[in-house]
Structure formats: C-alpha cells, structure tokens
Write a new protein. Structure first.
Length: 256
C-alpha cells in the first residue's frame, strides 16, 4: 500500500491531483490528507468523517490536528470515562506531531499501531500508514494517512476486554454486541460473567475448560449457558457460535 503513494506527486497541494483525490475518496478505510505548510487538513473520505464525527467530508477542510481531537471530544459526551478518553486523545495528538516531524526529517512513510474508542463508542484497532506526498521539486507538501481497522479480525475474547477497559461494564457489553451485529438476538442483556462464558465457549472450549479459566464451578457455567439461551431470541447459543466463528480472526499483537 505504501508503494501506491509513489506516483502521487502533485503541486500545489491545495489543488489536489486527480490520482490522489481518487485514492483518498475511494479508499475502503479511513483516509485523509494534511497540508504540511499550513498544517491543515484539506481532504478526507466518508470513513474518516465518521471516525472524527463530522457532518460532512468538507468539514475537515481547514482543521488542524488539535481541532480534530477537540471535535472528537465534543462530538460525544460519554459519562464515567470522559477524562481517560480525553487523555487518550491527547496522546494521539502528541503522536501525530511526533510522526509528522519524523516524516519531514526522514522523508519516508511511518507506521503507527493504536487502540482507541471512537465517538460512537466502538473500539478501533488500527495500523496507520502516514506517507509523505512530494511535489515535482521533491519537496514534501502533504502527508496522506490511511487507517486500517483490524477490530473485526481481533479475537473476540481480547476485543471484549478492550471494551471493558474503555467503557463501564453495561455499556461495554451493549456496544460490543452492537459492534458484532448481534444485539437484536438478545431480549435481555447478558451479564459480564455470561459474556465471558459465551466468548470462551465460542472458542470451542468445553464447560470444564471455561470453569477452570473463570475459576468457578461447572454447575455455574451451565447456569450461565442456560441463562444465555433464555435471553436469546430467534436462535440458540450453538447457532450463535456458528455465526460468530465465521469471522476471519487474526492473532496479530497490535496491543504489544
């Protein structure tokens, strides 16, 4: 993907070249472009708009990294975890400037891995590629960023743990089920222990194995399983496992 930026050399950057514009707008992941002279964003696509919480892709024009961070903080007012959430966004801002300076000094793409909570309350596990855009005089005139979100490939048990780190327990369960697209199957919200049981059993783990991992009795695990089946509508727990196991999971160490 980094090599695809090699031909994207247009000047001046404020009249973005057709190739670069097409790439940013049609990318199947979040992508945006920032002018290095003004430090302002000049282009983004629909995925980037949603991640930031903008009303329109045009709303990014003229914003600087701090503006984007502050906008994300104002786009939603989460309760109970707002302070930690803002600290995380401030860290992202600091990292943005650090990597920008690295690009300007080394003149090569840089990679960043991160875990963050979106303004919609969903976890994103991203690998960001920030690539310098050169003009015909070999001067860096912009930085193009593309974000690959690996959350849909993350193993369910680990992904749920991330939700519980960023959100209060009930909200973590609700948003996690919404993210997986299975919220409508539940007539009643599972408890935390029931969720842990469901996710461990989804690994093809036996009741004995789940009981050992959660350090509770097999009888209790069986009770959780019964409660989960009671709360499901339209399918049973085994059918839900089959649906969830169709996900293309990866064992990448994004959190290391």
């Amino acid at each position: 993907m980094v090599q695809s930026f090699a031909f994207l050399t247009r000047t001046p950057i404020t009249s973005v070249g057709d190739d670069l514009t097409e790439f940013i707008l049609r990318a199947p992941f979040s992508a945006h472009l920032r002018d290095t002279k003004t430090n302002q964003y000049i282009l983004c696509n629909e995925f980037s708009k949603e991640n930031i919480g903008l009303q329109s892709t045009q709303d990014i024009v003229g914003l600087k990294p701090r503006d984007v961070i502050e906008h994300r903080g104002l786009a939603d007012q989460p309760s109970g975890y707002l302070e930690a959430w803002h600290r995380k966004l401030q860290n992202l801002l600091d990292k943005t400037y650090e990597l920008s300076n690295q690009i300007l000094n080394e003149r090569v793409p840089v990679f960043q891995r991160d875990i963050e909570l979106t303004v919609s309350g969903f976890i994103r596990i991203t690998q960001t590629i920030r690539s310098p855009i050169f003009n015909n005089n070999k001067k860096i005139v912009a930085i193009a960023s593309v974000d690959y979100d690996f959350a849909k490939q993350c193993e369910l048990f680990y992904l749920f743990n991330f939700y519980t780190q960023y959100l209060p327990p009930k909200k973590a369960i609700e948003n996690f089920l919404k993210f997986l697209g299975i919220m409508h199957y539940f007539s009643e919200m599972p408890t935390y222990k029931e969720m842990m049981t469901m996710l461990l059993m989804c690994r093809n783990s036996s009741i004995e194995s789940v009981a050992t991992q959660l350090k509770i009795s097999k009888r209790t695990i069986q009770e959780y399983k019964t409660q989960l089946n009671r709360k499901l509508q339209g399918l049973n727990l085994n059918q839900l496992f089959i649906q969830l196991r169709t996900r293309n999971e990866s064992n990448f160490s994004i959190w290391e």
